[in-house]
Each structure stands twice: as structure tokens, then as C-alpha cells.
Write a protein that binds this ligand. Sequence first.
Ligand SMILES: CC1(C)CO[C@@H](CC(=O)O)CN1
Length: 430
Amino acid sequence: NDDNVLHIGGIFPIGGKGGWQGGQACEPAASLALEDVNNRTDLLTGFTLKLHWNDSECEPGLGASVMYNLLYNKPQKLMLLAGCSTVCTTVAEAAKMWNLVVLCYGASSPALSDRNRFPTLFRTHPSATVHNPTRIKLMEKFGWSRVAILQQAEEVFISTVEDLEARCKETGIEIVTRQSFLSDPTDAVRNLRRQDARIIVGLFYVVAARRVLCEMYKQNLYGKSHVWFFIGWYEDNWFEVNLEKEEVGCTKDQMRIAAEGHLTTEALMWNQNNQRTISGKTSEDFRLRLNEVLRQAGYDIDNMRYPEGYQEAPLAYDAVWAVALAFNKTMERLHKHGKSLKNFTYTDKETADGIYSAINSTQFLGVSGYVAFSSQGDRIALTQIEQIINGTYVKLGYYDTQSDNLTWLGKEKWSGGKVPQDRTIVRQVL
Ligand SMILES: CC1(C)CO[C@@H](CC(=O)O)CN1
């Protein structure tokens, strides 16, 4: 019966063209988690968790109207799931007025790590700044203390670079130049050459990345004397596709030559080992079930036609588990005071605080790896390092920032046969 149902709201980016349509895989993943949670007799005993959701198209305005409809239509919601940085920013900034926790499964913007603006926000999706300690660790490993930055003028990259600059300063790594561009990187790449930049951290979306790569080729800023750090969440063959459509101006061969040897960093979103997670399933079990659901939905999975958000699907699955575990904890506490989540209202700050502190201390092994939140509500995550060797990505290692532990596989290859230098070495002929 209805009064033993705990209702939550969900805002998923499905349609539209701008930004990230990751709800296409994340909403099905969230639904799988609801199924698993509701099948557990030892969780939320006597209650069913129900998700009411709608499409934000990754548009903050539409996301806001979806939120209002969820809040102003019965039944009362207990918290909100959301995706896309722009939508999470809008929803999380407003949610405190309704005393609602917001759990973002698809928001990477560093700006969201701000308890003043977003006092009730948690993320199972790591902030883009999670790459920075890994980049610094690699610079230290290879002895690079003179680096350059090339970024696209987008909010997420601007705040990521600010974090990277601060960390470089702390570590004594000199940033010889920071170049940014809107959509044409020609001048910015030329300035890198003028400053004799050798180790370059690149922060841009994948369309801009293709333009940068072609410009690197044309200006000869690649090969045995240069190392580029790119973002690791582009699709694997990103530097060989859409070259005509986007009028990149380089051939596939030229792009491959320029791309050879670059490093990438990315947050791990699929648990790497075959451990049983909180759901009793491994991440591989989850992948097989998700693939089946997506096939039913018409995606040609067997020919690698994945929906957007497939990479982030474990983050949505684990977000629902985080909510279920937190509600379970809150219900036990409320029960002691003769209260129940069922009676939560948007003005019930006390219960909201109970939900907040329950989520804040929730930690478990999920299909996306170990789930835990920082004091800013950020996801604590591992990162993975890869390098393009003979045209394909090879795993070089993993980094755990918390324990400062770099697992290195020793597979890196440098086209000049040795680690590139971060500057021109002028030998004094005495
Ligand atoms: C790794 C990526 C693609 C970064 O952007 C996230 C979407 C967003 O931050 O709006 C989704 N995951």
C-alpha cells in the first residue's frame, strides 16, 4: 500500500543536444538499483523505494521545472537524484529551500565542491579536479618541474586549472605558460612553442581536442621531445573520427602521428576487480544486466553502439544504493524517537539533517568502486593513467590520492627511447 513507499525524485539528461545526455544509460542503471534494493529484505524493511523522474535534456531551466513538478506534485519526495553539472548547480542551489539532499551521479564541475552554495549536495561522480593529484604525481615520477597548460575557455576547465595551478605551486612545479582558447587553438599552440613548452597539460572537450592535435602536428609540437596530458574519458578512437565532418584539417595518419605517446588521466567509474559489491554482484554482473536492459531498449550493444552515459552508469547505480543505505540508517534513528521518514515534509529540517548526516557517513563497495564522500560531498575516487602506444591506449597504472599510492605497471614507451626533458638542456662546453 502507498503509505509504505519512500519516494525520491530523479532528473536525467536524456534528450536534447547540448552537454551530456548521460541519462540514456544512467536512468536504466538507477532502475536496476531500485530493483535490487527493493528485493533486499534486510534493507528498508517493510518499505519500497520508488523513483519519480523526468528528462532535463541537460538544460538547467528544464531541470528546474522538472524539479518543481516533482516537488509540487504528490507524493512528497525525500531527496533528488540529478545529472549534468549545469542542472546539478541549479537544482542543488535551490534544493536547500526544501531541505532536500541532492545526489549527483553525473556532474564533474569543480564549482560544485562548495558547501556554502550547495549545503546538501553529494556526488558519486568525481570532480574534474580528481585528475590533478595524478598529473602532479606523474610529473614528480618523471622529474618534470617545468610544465605548460593549454585549456578551452569553459567553466569546468577554468576551475580545474585553478586547482592544478595551486597544487603545482605547493609542489614547486613551475607553470611556464597557461594558454586558453575558445574554439580555435592555433595561436595558443603557437605561444606554447614560443615558450619552448615540452610537458603540456591539455584540458578541453573532445571536438576541441581534435583541433589541438592537428595544430600540434602542423606546428611540430609532438614526438620525442614533448609529452601531452589529455583527458582520458574521450572515446578510444577519438583522434581518428569526425575529421571531415569537423573540418579538422589533418588526415588520420597525421592525427595518429601527433597522438602517439600522449598520456591520459581519468577517474575510475567501473570497479576493476571481481569483488562482490554491496549488491552481492560484481561490476561485471552489473555490466551484463545493464547491456541486456539496453538491448531491450533498442541499443545495438553487440556492435558497440552504446548510449551516452554508459561509462557513468555505475555512478547512477551506486547513487541509488547510497540513498537506500542512508535512508535505512535514518529510519533506524527516527524509529527510536517514534518518528518515520514517511512523515518527512519540506519544512522538516531535523529529519533533513538526519538524512544529510546518514549520507555523509555512508561508505560501501559499489560497482563504481569504493563509494565515500568528502566533507564537500565530493566522490573520493581512484584514477587511471593510460598512454597511446602504437595507436591504442595502454594502461600504465592507477593512483589512489587518499593513500598517495601509485600502482605502476612499467609499460610506458617514449619514442626517443628515454623520458623527454621538461626543458632544453644547454651543456656548457668548458
Ligand atoms: C566524465 C564526464 C563525461 C564529464 O562530464 C560529466 C557531465 C557534466 O559534468 O556535466 C559526465 N562525465
